[in-house]
Design a protein around this ligand. Structure first.
Ligand SMILES: CC(C)(COP(=O)(O)OP(=O)(O)OC[C@H]1O[C@@H](n2cnc3c(N)ncnc32)[C@H](O)[C@@H]1OP(=O)(O)O)[C@@H](O)C(=O)NCCC(=O)NCCS
Length: 176
């Protein structure tokens, strides 16, 4: 797989937001579903708990062709970070952009000394980046149920097994 040599990855800025919404809409819309769920997650995470240095865009020229964001959440009463969503423009899929975004996000998460990152996604895709099922680590996302194979954890160098319990996204928490 060759990555476009013109593609760069950088921290997202508020000025990218319209392009990001368009990209998320394009990436998640298909014949049988619209992208409203993912668009809601993006907007709610901006409002409730985006981690600014962990929101990245992939850019070709001045066009945003990929996006990933991480938001604050909570595992058993302690802050934990979750990735959601990851999107690559349909015209640029299969060219390594999604992999480059996830790899850079994990590099930054390690640099920030986070213990772990969680996400709800396809184990067939995220397994290649070291994500593993959350159930055996004692982390549960109730909306999908205990032991659901799609709720994944990436242990980082500072992993601490005492991070256990129910996970909640920032946009699910009641305003405090
Ligand atoms: C999933 C997505 C982010 C991958 O980004 P990408 O830039 O196309 O991916 P990459 O080029 O880095 O990697 C391509 C690899 O991922 C695999 N892949 C792509 N989508 C996949 C999926 N939904 N499930 C499992 N594997 C997938 C491809 O088969 C390919 O595998 P290979 O390297 O063994 O050939 C992108 O296709 C996308 O935006 N899809 C629509 C939105 C979406 O479903 N996002 C959620 C991801 S769980």
């Amino acid at each position: 797989m060759t990555t476009d040599p013109e593609m760069t990855i950088r921290t997202a800025t508020p000025g990218d937001r319209d392009s990001i919404l368009e990209l998320v809409r394009d990436a998640f819309t298909s014949a049988d579903r619209d992208a409203s769920e993912e668009l809601d997650i993006v907007v709610s995470t901006w409002a409730r708990g985006v981690v600014p240095e962990l929101e990245l865009v992939a850019v070709v020229g001045d066009v945003v062709v990929g996006h990933v964001m991480a938001g604050r959440g909570d595992i058993g009463g302690r802050e934990a970070v979750a990735v959601a969503p990851l999107a690559v423009a349909p015209s640029h899929q299969g060219a390594g952009i999604g992999s480059a975004l996830v790899s850079e996000l994990l590099r930054r998460a390690e640099a920030a000394a986070l213990p772990l990152i969680v996400l709800l996604g396809n184990p067939g895709y995220y397994g290649r980046f070291g994500f593993e099922p959350s159930g055996p680590l004692g982390i549960v996302y109730r909306p999908v149920g205990e032991g659901d194979p799609h709720f994944l954890v990436r242990r980082l160098a500072g992993y601490d097994p005492s991070y256990r319990g129910d996970f909640t996204y920032c946009w699910e928490a009641r305003p405090g």
